[in-house]
Design a binder for this molecule. Structure first.
Ligand code: CA
Length: 227
Protein backbone atom coordinates (compact mmCIF):
# COMPACT_ATOMS: atom_id res chain seq x y z
CA UNK A 1 0.00 0.00 0.00
CA UNK A 2 1.36 3.40 -0.77
CA UNK A 3 1.11 5.65 2.23
CA UNK A 4 -2.19 7.46 2.56
CA UNK A 5 -1.85 11.09 1.55
CA UNK A 6 -3.07 14.00 3.63
CA UNK A 7 -3.36 17.49 2.22
CA UNK A 8 -2.64 19.90 5.05
CA UNK A 9 -3.98 23.40 4.47
CA UNK A 10 -2.84 25.83 7.16
CA UNK A 11 -1.53 29.37 6.81
CA UNK A 12 0.20 29.62 10.16
CA UNK A 13 3.75 28.22 9.87
CA UNK A 14 4.07 27.02 13.48
CA UNK A 15 0.77 25.09 13.41
CA UNK A 16 1.56 23.77 9.98
CA UNK A 17 4.91 22.37 11.10
CA UNK A 18 3.46 20.74 14.23
CA UNK A 19 0.78 19.04 12.18
CA UNK A 20 3.16 18.02 9.43
CA UNK A 21 5.50 16.46 11.99
CA UNK A 22 2.69 14.51 13.64
CA UNK A 23 1.14 13.38 10.38
CA UNK A 24 4.48 12.09 9.11
CA UNK A 25 5.06 10.32 12.42
CA UNK A 26 1.68 8.60 11.88
CA UNK A 27 2.90 7.32 8.52
CA UNK A 28 1.07 9.73 6.26
CA UNK A 29 2.52 11.31 3.14
CA UNK A 30 1.92 15.02 3.66
CA UNK A 31 1.25 17.64 1.01
CA UNK A 32 1.19 21.20 2.29
CA UNK A 33 -0.75 24.23 1.11
CA UNK A 34 -0.51 27.66 2.70
CA UNK A 35 -3.78 29.10 1.47
CA UNK A 36 -7.00 28.11 -0.23
CA UNK A 37 -5.78 28.84 -3.70
CA UNK A 38 -2.71 26.68 -3.25
CA UNK A 39 -4.92 23.93 -1.80
CA UNK A 40 -7.03 23.85 -4.96
CA UNK A 41 -3.87 23.73 -7.07
CA UNK A 42 -2.46 20.79 -5.12
CA UNK A 43 -5.77 18.92 -5.40
CA UNK A 44 -5.80 19.50 -9.16
CA UNK A 45 -2.37 17.80 -9.32
CA UNK A 46 -3.57 14.66 -7.58
CA UNK A 47 -6.31 13.68 -5.17
CA UNK A 48 -5.33 13.27 -1.51
CA UNK A 49 -6.99 10.62 0.67
CA UNK A 50 -7.93 13.17 3.29
CA UNK A 51 -7.83 16.93 3.80
CA UNK A 52 -7.09 18.89 6.96
CA UNK A 53 -8.45 22.29 6.18
CA UNK A 54 -8.02 25.45 8.20
CA UNK A 55 -11.10 27.65 8.16
CA UNK A 56 -9.51 31.09 8.11
CA UNK A 57 -7.17 31.26 5.14
CA UNK A 58 -5.94 34.08 2.95
CA UNK A 59 -7.32 34.45 -0.60
CA UNK A 60 -9.79 31.56 -0.67
CA UNK A 61 -11.30 30.53 2.69
CA UNK A 62 -11.47 26.96 3.95
CA UNK A 63 -15.25 27.00 3.59
CA UNK A 64 -14.97 28.04 -0.04
CA UNK A 65 -12.40 25.30 -0.72
CA UNK A 66 -14.72 22.75 0.87
CA UNK A 67 -17.72 24.01 -1.08
CA UNK A 68 -15.84 23.72 -4.38
CA UNK A 69 -14.64 20.21 -3.56
CA UNK A 70 -18.20 19.09 -2.92
CA UNK A 71 -19.33 20.34 -6.33
CA UNK A 72 -16.99 18.06 -8.25
CA UNK A 73 -17.76 14.33 -8.48
CA UNK A 74 -14.08 13.31 -8.26
CA UNK A 75 -13.47 15.30 -5.05
CA UNK A 76 -16.90 15.01 -3.45
CA UNK A 77 -16.13 12.04 -1.24
CA UNK A 78 -12.68 13.05 0.04
CA UNK A 79 -13.01 13.43 3.82
CA UNK A 80 -12.47 17.00 4.98
CA UNK A 81 -11.65 17.82 8.58
CA UNK A 82 -12.10 21.52 9.19
CA UNK A 83 -9.85 23.27 11.72
CA UNK A 84 -11.12 26.45 13.25
CA UNK A 85 -10.51 28.88 16.04
CA UNK A 86 -14.18 29.77 16.15
CA UNK A 87 -16.30 27.82 18.54
CA UNK A 88 -19.78 29.20 18.09
CA UNK A 89 -22.40 26.58 17.27
CA UNK A 90 -23.58 28.54 14.31
CA UNK A 91 -20.17 28.25 12.75
CA UNK A 92 -20.09 24.55 13.43
CA UNK A 93 -23.36 24.11 11.61
CA UNK A 94 -22.11 26.20 8.73
CA UNK A 95 -18.99 24.09 8.53
CA UNK A 96 -20.95 20.86 8.36
CA UNK A 97 -23.45 22.29 5.89
CA UNK A 98 -20.56 23.24 3.64
CA UNK A 99 -19.77 19.57 3.48
CA UNK A 100 -16.95 19.14 6.00
CA UNK A 101 -16.98 15.63 7.46
CA UNK A 102 -15.65 16.73 10.79
CA UNK A 103 -14.88 19.90 12.66
CA UNK A 104 -12.09 20.46 15.18
CA UNK A 105 -11.77 23.59 17.27
CA UNK A 106 -8.41 25.21 17.97
CA UNK A 107 -6.59 24.76 20.23
CA UNK A 108 -7.02 21.05 19.62
CA UNK A 109 -5.30 18.04 21.09
CA UNK A 110 -3.04 16.61 18.40
CA UNK A 111 -3.69 13.08 19.72
CA UNK A 112 -7.43 13.53 19.35
CA UNK A 113 -7.06 15.03 15.91
CA UNK A 114 -4.94 12.04 14.80
CA UNK A 115 -7.54 9.63 16.21
CA UNK A 116 -10.30 11.33 14.22
CA UNK A 117 -8.14 11.30 11.14
CA UNK A 118 -7.53 7.57 11.48
CA UNK A 119 -11.27 6.99 11.87
CA UNK A 120 -11.99 8.77 8.59
CA UNK A 121 -9.14 6.96 6.92
CA UNK A 122 -10.56 3.57 7.92
CA UNK A 123 -13.64 4.52 5.96
CA UNK A 124 -11.89 5.63 2.76
CA UNK A 125 -8.67 3.57 2.81
CA UNK A 126 -9.35 0.46 4.90
CA UNK A 127 -6.28 -1.34 3.55
CA UNK A 128 -4.02 1.54 4.60
CA UNK A 129 -5.57 1.43 8.07
CA UNK A 130 -4.44 -2.16 8.70
CA UNK A 131 -7.77 -3.90 8.25
CA UNK A 132 -8.88 -7.23 6.82
CA UNK A 133 -10.61 -6.90 3.47
CA UNK A 134 -12.84 -9.63 2.13
CA UNK A 135 -14.72 -10.08 -1.09
CA UNK A 136 -16.32 -13.37 -2.11
CA UNK A 137 -13.63 -16.03 -1.55
CA UNK A 138 -10.77 -13.50 -1.36
CA UNK A 139 -9.29 -12.33 1.90
CA UNK A 140 -6.50 -9.80 2.42
CA UNK A 141 -5.05 -8.92 5.80
CA UNK A 142 -3.36 -5.56 5.38
CA UNK A 143 -1.54 -5.87 8.69
CA UNK A 144 0.04 -9.31 8.26
CA UNK A 145 0.14 -8.95 4.43
CA UNK A 146 -1.48 -12.35 3.97
CA UNK A 147 -3.75 -13.10 1.08
CA UNK A 148 -5.91 -16.15 0.65
CA UNK A 149 -8.54 -17.49 -1.68
CA UNK A 150 -11.05 -20.03 -0.32
CA UNK A 151 -8.70 -20.42 2.63
CA UNK A 152 -5.63 -21.30 0.54
CA UNK A 153 -2.74 -18.88 0.93
CA UNK A 154 -1.67 -16.93 -2.14
CA UNK A 155 1.81 -15.50 -2.50
CA UNK A 156 1.90 -12.06 -4.05
CA UNK A 157 4.73 -9.67 -4.86
CA UNK A 158 4.54 -6.23 -3.19
CA UNK A 159 3.11 -4.51 -6.27
CA UNK A 160 0.46 -7.18 -6.80
CA UNK A 161 -0.42 -6.94 -3.11
CA UNK A 162 -0.98 -3.19 -3.39
CA UNK A 163 -3.01 -3.65 -6.55
CA UNK A 164 -5.27 -6.19 -4.89
CA UNK A 165 -5.64 -3.88 -1.86
CA UNK A 166 -6.86 -1.08 -4.11
CA UNK A 167 -9.41 -3.37 -5.77
CA UNK A 168 -10.64 -4.82 -2.47
CA UNK A 169 -11.17 -1.35 -1.06
CA UNK A 170 -13.69 -0.65 -3.82
CA UNK A 171 -15.12 -3.83 -5.35
CA UNK A 172 -16.93 -3.03 -8.57
CA UNK A 173 -15.21 0.29 -9.06
CA UNK A 174 -13.44 0.67 -12.39
CA UNK A 175 -9.91 1.95 -11.88
CA UNK A 176 -8.20 3.64 -14.79
CA UNK A 177 -4.52 2.82 -15.32
CA UNK A 178 -3.71 6.35 -14.16
CA UNK A 179 -5.71 5.88 -10.95
CA UNK A 180 -3.88 2.61 -10.28
CA UNK A 181 -0.51 4.25 -10.96
CA UNK A 182 -1.36 6.96 -8.43
CA UNK A 183 -2.65 4.54 -5.84
CA UNK A 184 -0.16 1.70 -6.19
CA UNK A 185 3.07 3.29 -7.39
CA UNK A 186 2.57 6.76 -5.98
CA UNK A 187 2.14 10.00 -7.82
CA UNK A 188 5.80 11.04 -7.87
CA UNK A 189 7.10 7.98 -9.64
CA UNK A 190 7.07 7.75 -13.40
CA UNK A 191 5.87 4.37 -14.55
CA UNK A 192 4.62 3.53 -18.02
CA UNK A 193 0.93 2.63 -17.97
CA UNK A 194 1.73 -0.66 -19.72
CA UNK A 195 3.52 -1.66 -16.52
CA UNK A 196 0.09 -1.72 -14.91
CA UNK A 197 -1.05 -4.34 -17.43
CA UNK A 198 2.00 -6.48 -16.69
CA UNK A 199 1.30 -6.48 -12.95
CA UNK A 200 -2.43 -7.06 -13.48
CA UNK A 201 -1.43 -10.12 -15.49
CA UNK A 202 0.73 -11.39 -12.63
CA UNK A 203 -2.01 -10.72 -10.10
CA UNK A 204 -4.55 -12.63 -12.20
CA UNK A 205 -2.22 -15.58 -12.55
CA UNK A 206 -1.58 -15.70 -8.81
CA UNK A 207 -5.26 -15.40 -7.94
CA UNK A 208 -6.16 -18.26 -10.29
CA UNK A 209 -3.20 -20.42 -9.25
CA UNK A 210 -5.35 -22.59 -6.98
CA UNK A 211 -8.21 -22.80 -9.48
CA UNK A 212 -11.22 -20.50 -9.50
CA UNK A 213 -12.37 -17.87 -11.96
CA UNK A 214 -10.62 -14.66 -12.86
CA UNK A 215 -12.08 -12.12 -10.40
CA UNK A 216 -10.65 -9.14 -12.33
CA UNK A 217 -12.53 -7.59 -15.17
CA UNK A 218 -10.88 -5.67 -18.00
CA UNK A 219 -12.98 -2.70 -18.98
CA UNK A 220 -12.07 -1.92 -22.57
CA UNK A 221 -10.52 1.47 -23.07
CA UNK A 222 -10.90 2.31 -19.39
CA UNK A 223 -9.12 0.03 -16.95
CA UNK A 224 -9.83 -2.73 -14.50
CA UNK A 225 -12.25 -3.64 -11.75
CA UNK A 226 -12.82 -6.38 -9.23
CA UNK A 227 -16.00 -8.23 -10.09
CA1 CA B 1 -5.66 30.39 9.63
Amino acid sequence: MTQPTVLLVEDEPAQREVLRYNLEAEGFAVIVARDGEEALERIAEGLPDLILLDWMLPHVSGIEVCRRLRLRPETRSIPVIMLSARSEDVDKVRGLETGADDYVIKPYSVAELMARLRAHLRRVRPAAAGMVLEWQDLRLDSETHRVSRSGAEIKLGPTEFRLLSAFLERPGRVFSREALLDRVWGRDIYVDSRTVDVHIGRLRKALMSAGGNDPLRTVRGTGYSLG
